[in-house]
Each structure stands twice: as C-alpha cells, then as structure tokens.
Design a protein around this ligand. Structure first.
Ligand code: AMP
Ligand code: ZN
Length: 225
C-alpha cells in the first residue's frame, strides 16, 4: 500500500531538484510500489485525453479497417499515401517497451496481416512499417501505434537520415551496453529506462517473454511488379 502523503512529499522533493538530477533521483527516491502507482496515475490521466483511446472505444469517428478485443486499426487522417493505416492496442500504453508481452504475438501477427491487406488493396510496390517512441522520435500521439504506409515508385516520401561517424570502439561500447541491458531484461531483472515524451518517465521492462506458440503462415498473393 502506497502512503499518498509520503509520495506527495517525495514528488515535491523531486520537483525542487535541478532538472539534470531528477532522472537519477527517481531511482533512489521512490520504491517500486510508488513508481507503479505513479505510472498508473499517469496512464489514467493519459487515457482520459487520448484521441486513440477514444477511437479504440468508438467514441470518436475514424475509418476503422480492423477491430477486435485488443486492437484497432484505422486510416490515418493525414496519410503519407492513400491506404496509410495506424494499428493500435486498445489499452493505453505510450511507448512500445511498456506493452505487455502477452500482446506481442497477436500484435505482430496483425501487422503482418494488415500490411498484406494494404499491399493488396492499394497495389503497393512496397511498404514502410514505422513506430515512433517519444516526442524526440517524432511521436505526436502518446499511444502506441504502428504506421503501415504503402509505397509506390517516386511517391516522394523520405524515410531518411544522415549516417553519423562512429569509431570501432564506440560501436563495441554501445554493443556491450545493449547486450548487458537486454540480458538483464531477459533474466527478469528490473531495469529502469528513461523515455521522453511530454515529460521524462521511468518505466520497467515488460515481463520475461514466454516462448511463442506455433502460428499459421499468411499467404500473400503476388503483387504487380
Ligand atoms: P506519430 O507522429 O507517429 O505520433 O503519428 C501520429 C499519426 O496519427 C499522424 O500520422 C496523424 O496524422 C495521425 N492522427 C492523429 N489524429 C488522428 C485521428 N483522429 N484519426 C486518424 N489519424 C490520426
Ligand atoms: Zn490512449
């Protein structure tokens, strides 16, 4: 049980710290239960004003192309190309690392089915499946969504970046850090990460993944060249 008064005091203390010290202080200041409670509050207030939650609940209109108990897919109102859709979990989660493992298989399978459907329906020659996490990465709506964008020759869309120069040592260093973090997550050890959206947030990785069940392959008809 979380003591609300204590939690308020800690939040006050946190807000008085310089911005650059706050992220570090979160890890030492709050207990795991307090962090869970803060996360739940943030999620609830996010849900209340989230446009994608409203679409998933059919409370605001959208051109829905798929809907089940856990997922909704609908046309993007400002499409990169006609047939550009968004695929969302019905539950409100802001960024992909927050998504429960239990939804992952079905999500990936649905993305595969819908990307095939978009291919067929638009006679696309290719597609981009894009998922942004955090404002800094271009995420405008803080509810997990995958974009499926059909692509055509000379359609003028750019998914592009300028490569950064890195040394072999820098590559090895980041390789090691990612391996170490991934191993901790796979081993079930809690790892806090910072994800910036409208504000800094800490969150824990999802539960340890369970082995995937065998799934049927989806047949995709040959597209026009
Ligand atoms: P992102 O920048 O990855 O967060 O993408 C958000 C996408 O949501 C943009 O492509 C918007 O055009 C789209 N979008 C925002 N509001 C709506 C809405 N009410 N219905 C359909 N698409 C929307
Ligand atoms: Zn939402």
């Amino acid at each position: 049980m979380v003591d609300r008064t204590k939690l308020e005091q800690k939040l006050q203390k946190l807000s008085e710290l310089p911005k650059e010290e706050q992220a570090k202080a979160i890890k030492t200041l709050f207990t795991r239960d307090e962090l869970d409670s803060l996360r739940q509050n943030a999620q609830q207030s996010g849900v209340q004003k989230c446009i994608f939650c409203a679409i998933a609940k059919h409370n605001v209109p959208a051109k829905i192309v798929y809907d089940d108990a856990n997922f909704t897919a609908f046309l993007d109102i400002n499409p990169a190309n006609p047939g550009h859709i968004l695929v969302i979990p019905k539950e409100h989660y802001e960024v992909l690392p927050q998504l429960p493992d239990a939804l992952l298989n079905a999500y990936m399978k649905l993305l595969k089915i819908l990307s095939a459907a978009v291919f067929e329906a638009t006679n696309a020659q290719g597609s981009n499946i894009i998922q942004n996490n955090g404002v800094v990465a271009g995420q405008a709506v803080p509810h997990i969504h995958f974009h499926i964008i059909p692509r055509f020759e000379n359609d003028g869309i750019k998914v592009d970046w300028t490569a950064k120069k890195v040394t072999e040592k820098q590559l090895e260093n980041i390789q090691q850090r990612i391996i170490t973090t991934a191993q901790k997550v796979i081993g079930g050890e809690p790892v806090s990460q910072q994800v910036k959206h409208t504000e800094s947030k800490t969150f824990s990785p999802p539960d340890t993944p369970k082995p995937a069940k065998k799934q049927k392959l989806i047949k995709v008809k040959k597209r026009r060249p």
